[in-house]
Every structure is written in C-alpha cells, then in structure tokens.
Design a binder for this molecule. Structure first.
Ligand code: PLP
Length: 236
C-alpha cells in the first residue's frame, strides 16, 4: 500500500473512532511518527494530507530540517530528550511533547529566553509506572506544572503518555482513562495554565482508536502509516 493510501486509511479510522465516541474528528490531530523515514517519505506523507510530523531523534530532525522535508506541516519532538540537545529544537519545533523533568524544563526555558521565544511543550507522564520508561509520576505533575507556570519561555499545552505495551486488545484503556482524568484535573487545578492545557497526546498504531474513545486530542502513528520499522536503538 502506498503512503497516500495508508494516510487515508488512518484518517478514516480516526473519523470512525471519533464518531463512535460522539466526538468531532476535527479536534483530533494525526501526528505522523516519522522515525527512520527518509525526507522523501516525509514529503510524500505531507502531500497525502499529513499536517504534523513527530520526530524521535534530534539527529534525524536536524537532517530533515536541513532538507526542508517538513515544509507544509508542523513538527513535534516526541522522543526522549537530553538537556544538551535542547538547543537544536527550541524555536524550531512547534511542540516538545516529551518534557519529563525539572532540569529539562529549565534547559528549555533558558534556551527560549535566549532566543526570545515561547516554546510550547507537553509534560510526559509515566502512566504505567514503569521503571524503564521516561515521564514524570502522576503525583509529581502538580508541582512541575506550578513550576512551569512561572517560566515565561515555556507554555504547557497538555500531557503526553506512552503506556506499557498492551498484551491484548483494549489493554491500554485503563491507562488512557487515567490520563484523561489527569488531564481534566490538571486543567482545572492549575489556574495559570488553564487556557493552554488543550492537548492530550496518546495512542499509537495499535491502540489509537481506544485513545480517541478516552479523549485523546492527538494520536502519534508510525507503523500504520509507513509499515513496520527495522529494530532500532531505543534512544538518541
Ligand atoms: C514510534 C513512536 C510512535 C508510533 O508508534 P507506532 O506503533 O509505530 O505507531 C508514537 N509515539 C512515540 C513516542 C514513538 O516513538
């Protein structure tokens, strides 16, 4: 199947899932997870209707950026981010989805101030409580959000989560429900961020319909758009 056919198929599935949940699909953004894809494939996806690309690795982002591969679409950073690489992203990407610590938040703030920009971010939540995963614990969320509210160079737009790999269909519903509840709670509690907490990023190829049923405003899809990826290192 061509990239175009895959994009159309995934878009149709998103519309169907939104309809089944009584939601407007216009409120759900499909983020194409473009890790390991070439600039050419990214251009193909954008030509087929992709409006937002999600990159995992700074190195790949830099290469595609130089290539102008993202022209016509937004770019999000969705991978694990090291503080010393913040400088490559701030002011360039539309959203950094994977902010998972106070030091990282500070590094983004410093860079944003230096450039005179406001960087949109999401806080990544370790909703499954897995030792191997990044993301803040749900209990740490209020403190981190309060801190972020004081930083002029960052604007928290919402939350992101990568739940544990589901063992059976529907296996992540409980995590998606928990994330939605956290999202609602934080939006209400954290007055300073009230007007900007509008993104809940969750759901991937195997479970984005469930995520939409639970209130995701953004799904990150790779395999269903581009096919199976070769095995890769987990980080970078
Ligand atoms: C790769 C990736 C995705 C997409 O995963 P698929 O299962 O291929 O759809 C989503 N989110 C993040 C953070 C990823 O790294």
């Amino acid at each position: 199947m061509s990239v175009r056919e895959c994009v159309e198929r995934v878009q149709a599935r998103i519309r169907a899932a939104a309809e089944a949940a009584g939601r407007d699909s216009a409120g759900i953004t499909l983020v194409a997870a473009t890790k390991v894809q070439t600039s050419e494939t990214i251009r193909e996806a954008i030509a087929a209707g992709i409006t937002c690309c999600g990159e995992n690795r700074v190195q790949e982002f830099n290469a595609h950026w130089k290539d102008n591969a993202y022209e016509g679409a937004k770019v999000h950073f969705i991978g694990h981010l090291q503080r010393n690489k913040v400088k490559y992203l701030v002011g360039k990407v539309d959203l950094i989805e994977s902010v998972d610590s106070l030091p990282l938040l500070d590094a983004i703030e410093n860079r944003a101030e230096k450039l005179g920009v406001v960087q949109d971010i999401l806080i990544e939540v370790n909703v499954g409580g897995e030792a191997s995963k990044s993301g803040v614990e749900p209990e740490q969320l209020p403190a981190l959000l309060e801190m972020a509210a004081k930083l002029p160079g960052v604007r928290v737009r919402g939350l992101m989560a990568i739940p544990p790999a589901a063992q059976e269909p529907g296996g992540n519903l409980e995590y998606f429900r928990r994330m939605y509840q956290l999202f609602v709670d934080m939006r209400e509690k954290i007055v300073d961020n009230k007007n900007t907490m509008d993104i809940l990023s969750m759901g991937m190829s195997g479970d984005f319909e469930d995520a939409i049923a639970c209130g995701a405003t953004q799904v990150r899809v790779g395999t269903a758009l581009f096919g199976k990826r070769p095995p890769m290192r987990s980080n970078g």
